[in-house]
Ligand binder design. Structure first.
Ligand code: AMP
Ligand code: ZN
Length: 114
C-alpha cells in the first residue's frame, strides 16, 4: 500500500523521477540525490512503512527482501564492502518518513559511528 503524500511512494510510482538501480516485486532502489559517497543508493520497500519502528509481522517480508536486494545491488556495482544505514525518527536524523536503507560505498569508508 502506497501513500500519495509520501515522497518515496511517489518515486516508487514514478510520479517523481529517480535513477533506478534495482527493482523487484518488493523493493525499489535509486541513487540518492545528494550522495555522501561515490556510491549512495537508497533501498525502499514497495509498501509505505513510515520508519523502522513500524516494521511488524505483516510487512517484515518487504524488509527481508530489501536486504536481499542490498546484496544484489552490491554485487552488480562491484562493491568490495559497504555500509548500510537506517536513520530512524527525528533524533535518528530521518527526514523522509518512508523506511529506507542507505547503501554507502565505492571508496574505503573511514569514519565509523559504530
Ligand atoms: P534520511 O535523512 O535518512 O531520511 O534520508 C533521506 C535521503 O533521501 C537523503 O539522503 C536525501 O538526499 C534523499 N533524497 C531526498 N529526496 C530525494 C529524491 N527526490 N531523490 C533521491 N534521493 C532523495
Ligand atoms: Zn511512502
Amino acid at each position: 500500500m502506497l501513500d500519495d503524500n509520501c515522497l518515496f511512494c511517489k518515486i516508487i510510482e514514478g510520479v517523481i523521477p529517480s535513477t533506478k538501480v534495482y527493482e523487484d516485486e518488493y523493493c525499489y532502489a535509486f541513487n540518492d540525490i545528494n550522495p555522501q559517497a561515490p556510491v549512495h543508493v537508497i533501498v525502499v520497500p514497495k509498501t509505505h512503512i513510515a520508519s523502522a519502528l513500524e516494521i511488524n509481522d505483516s510487512n517484515s517480508l518487504y524488509v527481508a527482501k530489501c536486504f536481499e536486494a542490498v546484496k544484489k545491488i552490491a554485487d552488480s556495482l562491484g562493491l568490495e564492502g559497504f555500509r548500510v544505514i537506517n536513520n530512524c525518527g527525528e533524533d535518528g536524523g530521518q527526514t523522509v518518513m518512508h523506511l529506507h536503507f542507505h547503501i554507502l560505498g565505492g571508496k574505503k569508508l573511514s569514519e565509523k559511528i559504530v
